[in-house]
Design a protein around this ligand. Structure first.
Ligand SMILES: [Zn+2]
Ligand SMILES: [Zn+2]
Length: 509
């Protein structure tokens, strides 16, 4: 679609075109005048040649008249055809003057033109010579010039500065104006820099540090640049992470390591992480059904495992459950009733004779186990079962007989291993004095008329030494008869008036 121009715009463009035309005219006015003058001169010259035929034919005059009007030749413009030719012929002197002036002007213009042409030709030749192989003289000349220039350049400081400035200006102008030159310069500089970077070690290091420094400074100061850099780096890292497997593995290990380190060292971070994890888990637990089920299963397993292995934990749990149950039982009336009902029902449904027997057995077993657990753990009993049984057998053998053996001297009821059979010949020998025999005889309790009599070891030792045993009945240890008043007392009364209250403690072996 072409937009239609408005009237004002049209006027504007027309005005502009007019102004342009005027300017062109002004610029080339002098040249135009010159060209017109030359044309006029030529016409005049031709007119003079055929002045003899002026009167016969008007062909030239008509032309001249038009021409004269065109160049505003006032002196001649008013006159008629015939008058003109007549006047020209009449004023020959004047005509010659004009001719002379014109000739000089033409010659001058021609000369200038010729000069210009020649100069351009010379320049062209020179350029062609320069482009082709230069001959020896030129070379020598150039060498001389170079030498001179170098000398001056090295010695004269101001000259050098001026030259350098000039060069710089020139270069800058060219760089600004010439597009091709600029591109060339850029590629050249780049190439140079790359070459230097690859070959020169120190330069490389220097460049690296410089670049890093400048980049850091820019990064710190320029916010836009920072954002750009960040996005760029993130993008490139993500790309690399997605495409490069090795890099991904490395990154993962690095991140986990650093996170663990930070977690163990930085307390703030740890707290934050914990809170974050908790929240995340919570959210996931609420949103994800599968995850919830899994978590429940896992936690149940965990709790069971802990319950089985950790005794303290088990105790705690039991205590907690009992407390909970108790509080519920106490506070909630309906709950209590329910529980009682449930128990009664259970008892009624399950109290068959078979069950009763089972329960009895169970209770018995439990009691036994409890008893053993007090002395030593059940596992220990199993472990030392043989030893235990052997000892028990021995003990049973020992206690098969009660303390049925009474000592002849002290009258104590003792076990079999504590007494020895009484043989008179051991204590009363034939070479003993009569008094001694009498004394020993009185130690013995003659009341017992059983054939086989026993004596305890301590009494027998003492008698062998011919001393009185300390606990012999004869040693003023006879039990006197109970008075008739005390014989009537019952157990409680006896207990109340007793001087000594004997206690007995039975220890489970
Ligand atoms: Zn005795
Ligand atoms: Zn007491």
């Amino acid at each position: 679609m072409v937009r239609k121009k408005s009237v004002a715009a049209k006027v504007k463009t027309q005005k502009k075109a007019y102004q342009r035309r005027i300017a062109q005219l002004n610029k080339s006015c002098s040249w135009r005048v010159l060209v017109v003058v030359i044309q006029a001169a030529k016409k005049f010259l031709r007119l003079r040649k055929c002045k003899s035929c002026f009167k016969n034919s008007d062909c030239h005059c008509t032309i001249s008249k038009e021409f004269l009007i065109n160049i505003n030749y006032k002196s001649l413009s008013n006159k008629t055809n015939d008058n003109i030719s007549f006047d020209i012929i009449q004023n020959k002197q004047e005509f010659d003057d004009v001719k002379n002036i014109l000739r000089t002007v033409v010659s001058k213009v021609c000369r200038l033109d010729y000069q210009r042409k020649r100069q351009s030709e010379i320049r062209k030749r020179k350029r062609s010579v320069d482009d082709c192989s230069p001959n020896e003289s030129v070379l020598r000349k150039r060498l001389k010039q170079n030498n001179w220039f170098n000398k001056k350049y090295n010695e004269d400081l101001s000259f050098r500065q001026i030259r350098m400035q000039q060069k710089a200006y020139k270069f800058r102008d060219k760089y600004k104006d010439n597009n091709v030159f600029r591109q060339k310069q850029k590629t050249r500089l780049k190439k140079l820099a790359i070459e230097k970077y690859t070959n020169n070690d120190t330069f490389r290091e220097h460049e690296k540090t410089r670049n890093r420094k400048s980049a850091i400074a820019k990064y710190n100061n320029n916010e836009e640049f920072r954002e750009k850099q960040k996005t760029r780096i993130r993008k490139s890292t993500i790309d690399k992470y997605n495409n490069n497997k090795e890099f991904r593995e490395k990154e993962k290990t690095r991140i986990t390591k650093s996170t663990i380190e930070r977690y163990s060292n930085n307390e703030n971070f740890r707290e934050k992480e914990k809170i974050r994890m908790k929240r995340q888990m919570f959210n996931r637990y609420h949103m994800n059904m599968n995850f919830r089920q899994q978590q429940k299963l896992r936690s149940n397993e965990n709790v069971l495992f802990k319950y089985r292995n950790d005794v303290a934990y088990q105790k705690n749990i039991k205590e907690y459950a009992r407390k909970q149950g108790f509080t519920k039982y106490v506070s909630d009336n309906s709950k209590r009733l329910k529980k009682i009902q449930y128990a009664i029902n259970f008892y009624r449904n399950n109290y068959t004779p078979n069950i009763q027997k089972q329960r009895q057995l169970y209770n018995q077993r439990r009691r036994i186990i409890k008893k053993y657990n007090i002395v030593q753990s059940y596992s220990c009993v199993l472990k030392h079962q043989n030893l235990y049984i052997k000892n028990l057998k021995i003990f049973r053998d020992v206690i098969q007989e009660g303390p049925d053996y009474t000592c002849r001297v002290c009258g104590l009821a003792l076990f079999r291993n504590q007494v020895i059979p009484y043989i008179e010949e051991k204590y009363i020998t034939k070479n003993m004095s009569f008094e001694m025999k009498e004394r020993i005889q009185c130690y013995l309790n003659n009341s017992s008329s059983i054939e086989e009599t026993w004596i305890c070891r301590s009494c027998s030792d003492k008698i062998k030494k011919k001393e009185m045993p300390s606990r012999a009945i004869v040693n003023k240890l006879e039990v006197s008869d109970v008075p008739s008043e005390l014989k009537k007392l019952n157990d409680l009364e006896k207990h109340l008036i007793a001087l000594r209250l004997p206690f007995m403690k039975i220890v489970n072996l």
